[in-house]
Every structure is written in C-alpha cells, then in structure tokens.
Design a protein around this ligand. Structure first.
Ligand SMILES: *Cc1c(COP(=O)(O)O)cnc(C)c1O
Length: 387
C-alpha cells in the first residue's frame, strides 16, 4: 500500500475491543489482571497503553521501522535516544542541529562524559575526519534549520557502517511522507511531532522509530526507565493530526514552492533558502533522497530594521517559534531559535539579522504572497481617494 493509504489503514485505526473508528483515549494508569498467572499485554501505563501503542505502531509503519515510541516532546524523544550512550562515548552531530539538541548535548550529556563534535555534515570529509576510536554514532538533521542545508544520508550511512556507528536522523522537517531515513540505512529516526506530524500547533510530542529489534529493546527499556512518555490525550491528538499528513504536506509544499519563486524575484529580498530551488546547493542531494522539498523556507531581507518592519505589518502568518502547522508561521531565528548563539557565530553560519523563516501553512498561496508583498513594501500604501 502507498503512503497516503497507510496513513489511514495501517492496522491501528480501529479499536480491537469495540470497533470504534478512532482509537479511544484509554485514560487509565493501571490494568486489572484477570489471571495472575497469565498477565495481560498491559500492566502499567508508563510501560504501555493501548492509545499510545496505536500511535507507536503507526509511526513504526510510516517510517518503515520495526517499532515506534512516543514521548512527551521532541526533546524527550531525542534525550532518551542519547541515553543509549555512556561515559567515554563520542558522538558526531550536525553543526546546525536544533537548538534544544545542542543544549542538551553541551549542558547535560557533556557533564555525564559523553563528548560531541559538531561538524558540517553536508561535507562528508569533515564527518569522516571526526571519527575517533570511541565514536558511537552520527546524528544528523536534514534539511537543517534555518538555512535548509542538506546532508547526504547515504553518504553518512556509508561512513557509519564502515566504522560500526549508529546513524540517527531528525526527520522533523520532511516527515516520513517525503523522506524515510530507515529505508536509506539509518538506524534510528527521531521527530518533534509538535511540528508537521501533529500539524495543528496544539500539542507538544516526540516520536522515535527504529530499524531493528535489538535497538528497539534498548529504547523500550529506556522509555520505561526514564518515563518521559506521551500522555494519552496527546497521543490521540497526534494520531488525529497524522491522518491528514499527506494532504497537508502536499498543499503547503506546493505553496512554499510558489512563495520561494516569488520571494526570489522580489527586489527587497537578498537571498532565498529553499531546497526546491535549483540554485540551492543541496537541491540535487535532496532530490535523490527525498520525494519532496517540504514547507519551510528562509529568506534574507538584509537588516533587522527591515525584519521589524515586516513582522509588525504581516497579517496572515503568526509570528512565532515553531513550524509545521495548518497556519503559516513566520519566525525570526536571530531573536528566537538562535538567540543564544553569539552574533558573530550566527553571522559566520549565515544566520544574519535579516533572516526570516517561513513555515507555509494551508492558506491560499496568493493571499500569503499579497500579505508578504504589503508587509515588505517600504511605504504604507495610502488609498488614493477619488474627488
Ligand atoms: C522543534 C524541534 C525539536 C524539538 O521538539 P519539541 O517537540 O519542541 O521538544 C527537535 N528537532 C527539530 C528539528 C525541531 O524543529
């Protein structure tokens, strides 16, 4: 079955006890054991719950993995995966990784003796050169935030396999609809389901999918031991959101392409970052490893004054942190996601004071263009009144 069909028919869509057309919210922390000698599938809800189980099986199916796990947030999912490693282990991580991932590695896991080298993973030579005797994994985010840099996943898997390392991929930006890292040889996929998977800016959640049973056993142990599970109401919301993933990704990606082309020819826009533009350095790699370019793009308007002008005048996108929702979201990386980065480091990475990131939602693309046009325009347009 094709992806969009599996979104709706993956074996987890009907409640096996009642036939209900959506998995009920099993709001229970524990389960009566009808026969003490033959315990049932569920005993305590941190270890397992039918609502969460349905979501976990669904993400495993969509990512083509053997098992899935749902966590209280993307960061809970990512941090639990890092608990696979021990004192003395070394990780290689994409330089422009999500800020929260950078923070947990440098402020928490670092203290526990897990070392990280941040490298530009779009350059496979740098990745290869960073491998040490104690390296255990390569962690990549592609496309990255906010400049949409593309890492060659097959190239990374090649290096990982040659050195017996795990490959872990943050697939938040593209979702399994456009990119399936496990099929390209990765071992673990992580998601902030807060973004496109949930899709409605109404839930914080994280998901993990793994390729083989051995890693699944380890993640299952860590999920139960650490306990950062997703609550059942939120599991239900994520499943509700997932059902429309294909329709949402298709529509917002189409609009993102239109907006990227429009922004590219706008005289006040200095640069547009979107992997769907042939001029983007990662365009061809993206075309090889993913079936689409997604709904996130960034553009540089040259100065923070211009950014303020736009953010104060824009009417349709919400001005906010986050991405991947039905409504468009306009973010200012220098003040939001990358505020903690020193300005000179930010500038070095191309995250200038004039850079804006747009996550395109389901509004009509021409309405978004009209709105951005009026927001970017230098002068307030005064209606010419007739005599
Ligand atoms: C938002 C995000 C995260 C963190 O997820 P939360 O759900 O906010 O904890 C991780 N990776 C990427 C790429 C993200 O965009």
């Amino acid at each position: 079955m094709r992806f969009e069909t599996r979104l709706l028919h993956n074996g987890n869509e009907i409640d096996s006890f009642t036939g209900a057309s959506s998995i009920p919210i099993y709001q229970a922390s524990t389960y009566h054991q009808f026969n003490i000698d033959q315990p049932g599938e569920f005993d305590y809800a941190r270890s397992g719950n039918p609502t969460r189980h349905a979501l976990e099986e669904t993400i495993a199916s969509l990512e083509r993995g053997c098992r899935g796990f749902a966590f209280a947030s993307g960061m809970a999912a990512i941090s639990t995966v890092f608990l696979l490693f021990s004192r003395g282990d070394h990780l290689i991580v994409s330089q422009d990784v999500y800020g929260g991932t950078y923070r947990v590695l440098t402020k928490v896991f670092d203290r526990m003796g897990i070392e990280t080298t941040f490298v530009d993973t779009t350059d496979l030579h740098q990745v290869n050169n960073a491998v040490r005797a104690n390296t255990k994994a390569i962690y990549v985010e592609t496309p990255s935030n906010p400049l949409l840099k593309v890492t060659d996943l097959k190239g990374i898997v090649g290096i990982a396999r040659a050195n017996r390392l795990l490959t872990i991929v943050d697939n938040t930006f593209l979702t399994p609809y456009f990119q399936q890292p496990l099929s390209l040889g990765a071992d673990i996929v992580v998601h902030s389901a807060t973004k496109f998977i949930g899709g409605h800016s109404d839930v914080v959640a994280g998901l993990v999918a793994v390729k083989d049973e051995e890693i699944a056993e380890q993640i299952a142990l860590l999920q139960n031991a650490f306990g950062a599970i997703l609550g059942v109401q939120d599991c239900w919301l994520v499943m509700r959101g997932l059902k429309t993933l294909q329709a949402r990704m298709e529509a917002s990606t189409k609009s993102a392409e239109k907006l990227a082309l429009w922004l590219q020819q706008h005289p006040d826009v200095e640069k547009v970052y979107y992997t769907g533009l042939p001029s983007h350095p990662g365009h061809h790699v993206q075309d090889m490893q993913a079936s689409g370019h997604g709904a996130v793009l960034s553009f540089d308007v040259g100065s923070k004054e211009k950014v303020h002008h736009i953010l104060n005048r824009v009417r349709l996108p919400i001005v906010a942190v986050s991405l991947g929702a039905v409504e468009s979201i306009l973010s200012y990386p220098a003040r939001m996601s990358h505020a903690s980065m020193p300005p000179e480091v930010r500038a070095k990475h191309g995250i200038t004071d004039g850079l804006l990131r747009l996550s395109v939602g389901l509004e009509n693309a021409d309405d978004l263009i009209d709105d951005l046009a009026q927001a970017i325009a230098e002068k307030v347009q005064v209606a010419v009144s007739g005599k």
